[in-house]
Design a protein around this ligand. Structure first.
Ligand code: SAM
Length: 317
């Protein structure tokens, strides 16, 4: 287990931008075509990151790394060799590259049908529990954490829930804590909310669920969606790298919701991470993965699939 970071000096975004500009230059047509990164270069990138940081991308999907690296080189107007030289010598740029190489896409009530399943099938399993421990590994900017807290609140379970969330990237964790999002890119949040709650909660008629204003406000003038304070203050956020770290929360979980994260890992790493989740769940705890993720291989017999989630098997039976 390791939480130790190689020293990265505290730095303002201005300094970071200056450092990034230091290895950028204008693209020529030749350099544009050089952005087709081959597997040898991916291996070089992976070994450079492993050698010069505490991160390890050696078991990430090669195709995803190729796409992300090409985009990064295009955005920075740099070529591959220059990028490698810069991250070898500059821990701040290296940290920025790590943050940009991972995909942070998320939204409030992403895949609303899954959230209805979580509300109607998964959470009622825990409705008599005195406390419910929930962990969101790979939470990105927090929309998934807010979605879960809203559903828990609609079911009257939020007060007795303990919410933990983590990510590799400290920038997204800061945004998650703030709970403020641009309205212009996220207008669908209200539609998603209504899709989850339009049929009421637990058979109660539609008008009995709380409206979205109980959870977030919309500020058209400032172009903002703001989560309400009681939601922002509830979760404990922590930087955790699923490749290198163990569970630092010193407790087992009833629910682990890790959507659209292991899709970027190869088969061996997926199974190590699934086994980490399994070790840190209570019997009958539930694991939620993304729509296009599933449990295959050695971890398959540790869980039973139910609708859109997996239940930890009781190993004693
Ligand atoms: C596509 S987002 C998923 C966000 C959210 N779970 C959802 O489905 O809406 C993937 C997140 O996984 C994080 N991530 C990638 N590799 C990770 C690792 N090794 N440890 C922890 N988080 C990681 C990324 O930083 C990113 O925020």
């Amino acid at each position: 287990m390791s939480f130790q970071q190689k020293t990265v000096p505290a730095t303002s975004s201005f300094v970071v931008i200056r450092l990034i500009i230091r290895f950028t230059k204008h693209l020529t047509a030749q350099q544009e075509s050089d952005m087709d990164i081959d597997e040898k270069e991916i291996r070089r990138f992976q070994s450079t990151i492993s050698k010069h940081s505490t991160y390890d991308f050696s078991e990430y999907s090669v195709n995803s790394l190729k796409r992300r690296l090409s985009k990064l080189l295009k955005d920075y107007g740099s070529d591959f060799n220059r990028l490698i030289m810069t991250i070898e010598s500059d821990a701040v740029v290296m940290e920025q590259v790590v943050k940009r190489i991972t995909v942070n896409t998320t939204e409030l009530f992403r895949d609303p049908k899954i959230w209805r399943n979580i509300m109607l099938e998964l959470l009622p399993r825990f409705s008599t529990y005195p406390s419910i421990n929930v962990w969101h590994p790979g939470c990105s900017t927090g929309q998934e954490v807010y979605s879960m807290m809203i559903v828990l609140d609609q079911l009257g379970l939020l007060e007795r829930s303990n919410i933990f969330a983590s990510d590799l990237n400290t920038d997204v964790l800061e945004k998650a804590r703030a709970g403020t999002y641009r309205l212009r890119f996220n207008r669908e949040y209200v539609d998603n909310f209504n899709e989850v709650f339009q049929q009421g909660v637990n058979g109660r008629p539609e008008q009995e669920y709380k409206p979205f204003r109980s959870y977030f406000s919309i500020d058209e003038t400032r172009d903002l969606i703001r989560m309400n304070k009681f939601l922002c203050e509830k979760p404990v956020y922590k930087k955790i790298d699923l490749v290198m770290d163990d569970n630092p929360f010193f407790m087992n979980f009833d629910i682990i919701i890790c959507r659209n994260v292991i899709i970027y890992f190869n088969y061996a790493l997926q199974n190590r991470v699934l086994s980490l989740f399994h070790r840190n769940m209570h019997e009958n705890g539930c694991l939620v993965l993304g729509l296009h993720e599933s449990i295959i291989g050695p971890c398959g017999n540790l869980f039973t699939k139910r609708d859109h989630f997996y239940v930890k098997r009781d190993n004693k039976t």
